[in-house]
Design a protein around this ligand. Sequence first.
Ligand SMILES: NC(=O)c1ccc[n+]([C@@H]2O[C@H](COP(=O)([O-])OP(=O)(O)OC[C@H]3O[C@@H](n4cnc5c(N)ncnc54)[C@H](OP(=O)(O)O)[C@@H]3O)[C@@H](O)[C@H]2O)c1
Length: 334
Amino acid sequence: MPRNQGYILATRPTREQPAGPHNFRLVESDLAAPAEGEVIVRNHYLSLDPYMRGRMNDAPSYASPQPLGEAMTGRTVGEVVATRNARFGLGDIVACTGGWQLFCKSDGRDTRKINLKIAPMQAYLGVLGMPGVTAWHGVHEIIAPKAGETFVVSAATGAVGAIAGQLAKIAGARVVGVAGGPEKCAFARGELGFDACVDHRSASFGEDLRDACPKGVDGLFENVGAEPFAQSMRRLSPFARVALCGLVASGYDGTPTSLPDMRVVLEKRAKIQGFIISDHMESWPKAQAELGEHVKSGRLKWRETIADGLEAAPAAFFSMLKGGNFGKQLVKLV
Ligand SMILES: NC(=O)c1ccc[n+]([C@@H]2O[C@H](COP(=O)([O-])OP(=O)(O)OC[C@H]3O[C@@H](n4cnc5c(N)ncnc54)[C@H](OP(=O)(O)O)[C@@H]3O)[C@@H](O)[C@H]2O)c1
């Protein structure tokens, strides 16, 4: 068996020394042959996701903290290179929780073969994987946009946001994105087909959002928190629905979040639903089937930012948390 290489979480962030690449350490290890029922996967792509920042803390949350000294968690896609599991053959392309490493071992439970006829393998970490299903659930199970309603999505060109906005558009809504910078906004309008996109970095962000939503906001898919969330909430329409998907700009480093004035929720009789997609396994088959159909028909578009090589993972991860990614953030390992 070849030698394995991967990043472990070596230390946790502290108030004195905030999170950064220094918290990870690259280690080499021997790769034992698979035991009965196991497969070895050579990871081709690693998905970098904002939730990983929360796992670096040893604090109560919906998921347990990443243990120190173990390969950092993460979904991967790759090729089966050794197998003692009858469900998988050599050369099968699979998605699994392979972690920030070149090879992983799996007992097959969270590993599934993927269909390359629909899309390239890395799409199963984005539009056809967890981010796509998250977008589908928030749009269809929480907001349920109706034709003609105004739907706002933040981090609008990101892995979740780009898909959420396009699904709302397919449902007939008028879609307004919020994104960081003119290039991302132009992509949201031109490539993703959103009706408008406003730049949260602009000094006139609040007024721009108001102008883009003259009839108010009926559905809000919130990925960011902070100022984008506050400004969108101010513009809710009566009986608006808010899917609170993520707060990447506020609180993932453990600092208290500042949230919008909640009076608007009462005055507008709005509904806010926070959700974590791993609680909704019932959504996955339907979401993946529908997303697959949209991908096959070319209706869904997305973009990727691909960091090259395992050693690029820590820097790419922290860059993504500050908006350095343009589309789904991946690391190419092979
Ligand atoms: N609830 C769930 O089950 C679930 C599942 C998956 C993801 N999520 C959440 O969904 C959100 C999006 O995740 P993703 O994987 O699709 O990431 P992503 O949108 O591809 O990347 C993160 C984006 O957040 C935006 N951002 C970062 N800091 C910001 C700031 N200070 N102000 C405004 N925007 C900022 C940046 O976009 P701009 O440059 O455009 O601002 C950045 O590109 C995250 O909050 C994540 O935690 C939740």
